[in-house]
Write a protein that binds this ligand. Structure first.
Ligand SMILES: [Fe+2]
Length: 103
């Protein structure tokens, strides 16, 4: 039991899911930065702005997710190598068309 009166075996699966979400958000965030910087073509201005809007929103979600884990008295994962290992979202090359970036 902990200060929340919840058993650790009930909390641990929640913490694992929150850390997986945190890893997904980090890779998603970096993909959006990548696309914001590297988008080319006729849709440049719309997509450049949209990617910035999305990564700005994700930055807030990353912090909220990490702090939620802390309120459960666990530590959020914080190593990029760990994020890459458990993220369900995978990195991609910046060298792709604007259309492929949004598929
Ligand atoms: Fe920018």
């Amino acid at each position: 039991m902990n200060y929340l009166n919840m058993k650790d075996e009930k909390l641990m699966p929640v913490v694992v899911e929150l850390n997986t979400l945190l890893a997904n958000y980090h890779i998603y965030y970096q993909k959006l930065r990548n696309f914001h910087w590297n988008v080319l073509g006729e849709n440049f201005f719309d997509l450049h702005n949209k990617f910035e809007e999305l990564y700005t929103d994700v930055r807030t979600k990353i912090d909220e997710t990490a702090e939620r884990i802390l309120t459960l008295r666990y530590h959020p994962m914080s190593k990029l190598s760990d994020y890459l290992e458990i993220s369900e979202i995978k990195e991609v090359s910046p060298l792709q068309s604007d259309r492929d970036m949004v598929l």
